[in-house]
Each structure stands twice: as C-alpha cells, then as structure tokens.
Design a protein around this ligand. Structure first.
Ligand code: CTP
Length: 447
C-alpha cells in the first residue's frame, strides 16, 4: 500500500483544499491529512483562523478523501509522522515549492498544482466586516499600535485624536491614517471602536464618552485608577452592548495563557505563592515621574503584575499592603503584598530602582519560572525537586505583542462576547481596586 501524507490548516474549507486533497489521494492508496492544532497555528503567528480544530477536522473528513486525520502540533512533526506512519509520499500545494525538499531524505516529496484565485485568507477577508478603529493619543504607546493592528484582519485604523494642537496631524501622516482630529466628538463620529493610549488620568473620561457614543473600547493600562470607575464603565458597556477590554497585553499572549492553564490543571500542585517583578528605569521630564499625571511605579507597572497574580490566584484576596520609596513626589519603587486565604503574593515594581523582572509561581509540587522580561512571555519552565522532571516551554511572542490583545478585542466584537476568559471584567475591576487602594495610601508605608 502506498501511503501519502499532506498538511494544512483547512480553515473555511474551500475548493482549493478539496482539489488538493483529491490530487494528494491520487498519488497513492491511503491518504493521511495533518490538520494544524489551534495552539500550533497561534504559535506560528496565524492568529485569524476562524474554525477551531474540531470544525476543521470535520470539514476535511467530509471531503471523503482522507483515510486518516492527525493533528499537527509542533514544529518538526512532519519528519516524525513520515517515519511513524511509514509514509511513501509527502504532498503539498505548489505555493510551498522547494520549502519541503528537506523531507526527501525520508520519502518522496511532490508539489501539487495549487488552485488559483482562492485561499482561506481571501475568504476570511471577504466575509469579515472591517472595523474602523481610532487611536486616542499619539505618544509612545500609540505608535506601536498601527503596525501591530496590520497583522490582525478586520481592523482599519482610520483616525487619531490628540487635543493638543499640531500633534495628531504628523502622527496621521506618518502612519498613513485617513483622518486626525483635535475634537473628540468629531473623532468618535468616524469610528466603530477606539484604542485609548492617552495619559492615565484621561482614560476614564475618554472611555466613558466613547461608550456613550456607542463605540467599543480597548483601553491601555492602567485602565482606570479605582474599582468604582472600572465598575461604572463595565456596567455602561454591558448596558450598551459594547465591548470594553483592558489592554493588559500579556494576558492575551499564547505563552502566558498556556502557563495559566498548566498551573490551573495542577502541574505544580496547589499554588501557594506568586512573585512578579518589573522595573524600567526612567529619567528626565517624563510622565512616569510626574505626580500630577499619576506617575510612579505602581500606576505604571502594577496592572500587568497584578493581572498575573489575579489570574493565578483569583480575585478574592483578603489583604494588601504597600511599601514604597518616593522621589519627586512619585513612588520610584513599590512592593505590594497581596494575601489570599491560602496563598501569598507580591509584586515588586521600579522606575527608579532596578530589579530582576521575573515571575515565579510556587506550588506544593513544583514551581513555574518565567525569566525576565516575564511580561513578554515567550519561554517558561516548570521545575521540580527532581530536576529530571523539569519541562521547558517555548513560544513566539511576535512583534510588540499588541496583536494578541487587538485580535481578542476584534474577536469579541465579531462574536458579540462581552467578557473574555483571558481577563474577566471582575478581574480587571480587582486590579483597579488594588491600584485605587494604593493611590488612597491604604496600608501604605514609605521606606
Ligand atoms: N491549497 C491549494 N490551493 C489553494 C489554497 C490552498 O492547493 N487555493 C493547498 C495548500 O497548498 C496546502 C493545503 O491546500 O497544501 C492546505 O493549505 P492551507 O494553508 O490550509 O490553505 P490556504 O487557503 O492557503 O490558507 P491561508 O490562506 O490561511 O494560508
């Protein structure tokens, strides 16, 4: 029996796929089709796949050409599969011409004619509504947004807003945006959704006004500086049927999510402590060192670190205390201890004190270690007393990493999902609550 193997994502199964599978089958007597897993696709930067792996497997099965369907889950798997299944022919579309010649060492490689004029990418673009996005603010963070949004389908960054005369126009020119505005109402009227990347203290008012105008909101961190404001905005979004998402970028990246699911499934036993740190030295005339603009290490860096604590330990903490070192009226260093009924946690943050920015999650059976910079998670290790059981996990963290939160935001809009399991509204409110306690100096000690 001559065995043939072929691979693909097979999203929104189309005639090109069907022709390819038929041609592949004609190469032998038995066809094995490898369908990519959702995490494998995400890991290689393919973020827009519409059908999940079960739907894609079912679509391939229904073509009637596959004798066996397997899941492709890791780089290098093709070599393993070819040997494991004793494959004679590896077949793939001609768009991959030359790319799989290295498999000639294991079996015959054939490139089959590709069907012109159709692809999953094309179908996704045709069927997807494009959402007009506007950026509030034109500073450092806003600059990263445009290139990142370009890799997420369904987005069109159309406008930028900055109330300071002369700021929005050069930004729009540089990034090729159709419009810029110094009037918020005028800006909102041109959009479906906004990304708020303005100074911290303006987030609440901009988000509220956008929601009242019927726009979905993706808001940079710190989202808002109190639980009351957070709750009010989420209630408003709920009442208006709109998406409101805190742009806690690490919460949406593949590696961090895998870390959370592994921990939740018990690989390190019961979690007893979480330690997260982040320091980024700041100097000069910068917003981070300006007390009138809610500067300081806590407002700047707590959102990502508290996100890790709360996603791993829940939002039912029972006590928080803060230790800060202050300079120029802002905390240049803060250590916050957040205790839970059965666990402890601490976040160590600096903008004028340098420390190792790693994440350690300690449990009754082992611990997870994420080296600095833990918030750009691309690698972590699960470690045990018996080091032979340690396991390392590698992922890609593409670009500036904003693509993952943009993708989640658009997917929530498209699928009319108001809450996101990667960062639930109640979790986001708990983060704002702890930041609020700090700003009110509850259980606060200056060192
Ligand atoms: N294929 C084909 N003709 C097309 C599209 C795909 O022969 N018009 C083949 C590919 O060469 C590959 C298989 O179908 O052998 C599965 O490819 P996949 O990546 O799932 O399909 P695409 O439509 O190319 O997907 P995307 O646009 O997401 O890259």
């Amino acid at each position: 029996m001559k065995k043939v193997i072929t691979y693909g994502t097979y999203d929104l199964l189309h005639q090109g796929h069907i022709n390819l599978l038929r041609r592949a089958k004609e190469q032998g007597d038995y066809l094995i089709v490898g369908v990519t897993s959702d995490s494998f696709d995400r890991g290689r930067g393919k973020l827009n796949v519409r059908n999940n792996v079960l739907e894609r497997v079912e679509a391939v099965r229904q073509t009637g050409y596959a004798d066996e369907i397997i899941i492709e889950d890791y780089l290098g798997q093709k070599i393993d599969d070819i040997q494991k299944y004793d494959v004679d022919v590896f077949a793939i579309g001609s768009d991959w011409e030359g790319k799989f010649d290295y498999l000639n060492e294991y079996c015959k490689v054939v490139y089959l004619p590709r069907t012109e004029g159709v692809s999953s990418t094309m179908l996704r673009e045709e069927s997807q509504e494009v959402y007009r996005l506007g950026i509030v603010g034109s500073g450092r963070i806003a600059r990263r947004f445009v290139p990142e949004s370009e890799v997420v389908s369904g987005t069109d960054v159309t406008a930028v807003y900055n109330p300071i005369p002369g700021q929005a126009a050069p930004f729009a020119r540089e990034f090729g945006l159709k419009a810029f505005s110094e009037s918020y109402e005028d800006f909102l009227s041109q959009l479906d959704a906004v990304y708020i990347a303005s100074p911290h203290l303006t987030h609440y008012a901009y988000a509220k006004q956008a929601l009242l105008a019927g726009k979905h909101v993706l808001c940079e961190i710190p989202f808002v500086l109190s639980a009351d404001e957070a709750r009010e905005l989420y209630d408003l979004a709920e009442a208006r049927g709109l998406v409101l998402l805190e742009a806690s970028k690490t919460a949406f990246c593949p590696a961090f999510n895998h870390l959370v699911t592994l921990v939740k499934s018990g690989v390190i036993g019961d979690v007893v402590d979480v330690k997260a740190s982040l320091s980024k030295m700041m100097e000069g005339q910068t917003r981070e060192l300006d007390a009138t603009q809610a500067g300081g290490a806590m407002n700047e860096h707590a959102p990502l670190n508290l996100m890790a604590v709360i996603r791993l330990l829940g939002r039912d903490y029972n006590k928080v205390d803060f230790y800060s070192k202050k300079e120029h009226g802002v905390d240049v260093y803060t250590r916050a201890n957040v205790s839970f009924p059965h666990a402890t946690s601490s976040i160590t943050l600096g903008i004028g004190v340098k420390t190792e920015g790693n994440l350690v999650v300690s449990g009754t059976k082992g611990y997870v270690y994420v080296p600095a910079p833990w918030w750009l998670t691309s690698f972590f290790e699960v470690r045990y007393e018996d080091q032979t059981k340690n396991k390392k996990y590698f992922y890609s963290y593409d670009g500036d990493g904003l693509r993952y939160e943009i993708q989640e935001f658009i997917s929530m809009i498209v699928n009319k999902r108001k809450s996101c399991y990667k960062l639930r509204r109640e979790e986001s409110i708990a983060i704002s609550e702890i930041i609020g306690k700090f700003n009110r100096q509850e259980n606060y000690t200056e060192i």
